[in-house]
Design a protein around this ligand. Sequence first.
Ligand code: FES
Length: 153
Amino acid sequence: MTGKKDLTRRNFFSYVFMGSSLLAGLSLLTYYMMQYLFPSANKKPTRKVYITTTDKIASGKSFKFKDLKGGNITVTNTGKEFIALSTKCTHLGCQVFWKKDAKVFYCPCHEGYFSPKGEVMKGPPPKPLDSYKVEVIDKAIYIHIDEVFRDRA
Ligand code: FES
């Protein structure tokens, strides 16, 4: 009789453990399925900001300005398209600058090189420069930058 009672208690705890593990697994699966099915819920809100007109950035040239957080962004005319990139190096955060002759972004801190599209070409940077969506509407250049929310006091 005692053995059967112990067995029942053991079974009970084992079912509780299995049930909670199954519940945790299903919750995790549901979370990832929602992330997959509704990816827009993950996106940060952005703001479309007017930058300049296409005739102000000649082919091979770039145009610099500050985003809503004070970070530097450069819009480059590659001759085929306009590309907006952060000028903050992805290694340790130094400012990169456009080398017109070599047509690369160069970080002087540790000799980092990025392609015109911001991809790492050489040096220690671990990932490409942050990029922003560019839209050209009737010769006006807009980019989509992260929205900045301020506390309302
Ligand atoms: S900070 Fe740019 S290469 Fe190190």
